[in-house]
Design a protein around this ligand. Structure first.
Ligand code: AQP
Length: 343
């Protein structure tokens, strides 16, 4: 029997939800709803791998949920929940900590970047983050995961863990009746013109929540004036825009703005250059401001409305967690039998 087609993805509630999260992940989440059963998770267990202010964390969990709903995710047809309400995520992550090899985790570039020079002082959770991410996905035996390009390496590790689990426990998996292995080898869904949105201040750096400069990113909660001012101040170069996509080579800031425009308008970089190529950045930026405000303005306003009523958001999260738990408990039951735990 083939694996049931299912999508899982998550966003960390670590504040400053930005255009990169929106274009690289959330818009893809919305599109996939038409053809898959989807689970979209606010990954709060991941957030605390770096210390979070408890009051701010609660606010941020509700804000990410609000962004999902405001962007068009339907929490009735699909499952929207926060990770800490489904204890099986942590339970499966422990099993995966015992499957994953130290050498695999040592290669993870995100840990190296986030831990920085003071590696001895990073949390054990930050190091083990990719095992928890594999557990998030495989707890639902998800076949597809839409993510930004920065998560590619973690998705490869998820496949390695699934493969090793399937091999290590092959006899008991077969005995339990899973002829194709217990966990699927999940496919990452990465792509489009904004799979990697870059900082507005430096086209070689990823747009990121933790960048100390607020001018580096457009936050989903920014109002129209703030969006306009950030786009106007975005770094560019002195040349006019090229007419062909090849002309963007070596011009990271131009490439980034063109990619953002293409993603927001649902076209491609060549189509954007066909319209704006040869022109000055000032003309292009004015059009980008209008487009960004038209697309993001209503989402920001709806987010504010939803965040103002935590009762509605909390009910959505509880309902989602209840539905996610049904799948999670079933998977963990099988995992316990396969591994050899008595229950
Ligand atoms: N710049 C980006 N371009 C495209 N996609 C991006 N994503 C993040 N940044 C970009 C995608 O958004 C989803 C949720 O990300 P996350 O919040 O779980 O974690 P992150 O990748 O660590 O986000 P940040 O903004 O980069 O946070 P910090 O600054 O804490 O590292 C993921 O699918 C991610 O790929």
């Amino acid at each position: 029997m083939a694996f049931q087609q299912r999508v899982f993805s998550g966003v960390q509630p670590t504040g400053n939800l930005h255009l990169g999260n929106y274009l690289g992940a959330i818009t893809r989440f919305v599109e996939l709803q038409a053809n898959y059963d989807c689970l979209y998770c606010v990954v709060d267990l991941h957030a605390i791998t770096v210390w979070q202010d408890p009051v701010e964390l609660k606010r941020s969990i509700r804000e990410v949920t609000a962004a999902f709903i405001a962007a068009g995710i339907d929490p009735k047809r699909h499952i929207v929940f926060n990770q800490s309400q489904v204890a099986e995520h942590a339970e499966l992550a422990w099993v995966f900590n015992c499957v994953a090899r130290l050498g695999w985790l040592n290669r993870m570039t995100q840990f190296k970047e986030k831990a920085g020079k003071d590696r001895e002082n990073a949390s054990v959770g930050l190091y083990a983050y990719p095992s928890l991410m594999a557990a998030d996905i495989l707890l639902y035996r998800a076949t597809h995961v839409p993510v930004g390009e920065d998560q590619k390496q973690h998705l490869e590790l998820t496949r390695d863990i699934a493969q090793k689990f399937n091999n290590d426990f092959a006899p008991s998996i077969a005995e339990a009746g899973f002829a194709e292995g217990f966990f699927p080898l999940t496919e990452p869904l990465i792509g489009g013109p904004a799979a990697r949105v870059m900082s507005l201040r430096d086209g070689t750096k990823k747009m990121s929540k933790s960048d100390p400069s607020d001018l580096s990113r457009i936050n989903l909660a920014d109002d129209a004036d703030t969006i306009a001012s950030k786009v106007r101040k975005a770094k560019t170069d002195p040349e006019p825009l090229p007419s062909e996509a090849e002309g963007l080579a070596g011009r990271p800031e131009a490439e980034n703005l063109v990619g953002i425009y293409a993603a927001l308008s649902g076209t491609t970089k060549p189509a954007v250059l066909a319209e704006f190529g040869g022109g000055q950045f000032s003309t292009f930026k004015a059009a980008l401001i209008d487009l960004a405000v038209a697309k993001l303005g209503p989402i920001g306003a709806e987010m504010k409305r939803l965040v103002a009523d935590p009762v509605e958001i909390d009910a959505i999260l509880r309902d989602g967690a209840d539905r996610a738990r049904v799948i999670a408990t079933e998977t963990m039951g099988h995992v316990k039998d396969i591994v050899g735990f008595v229950r």
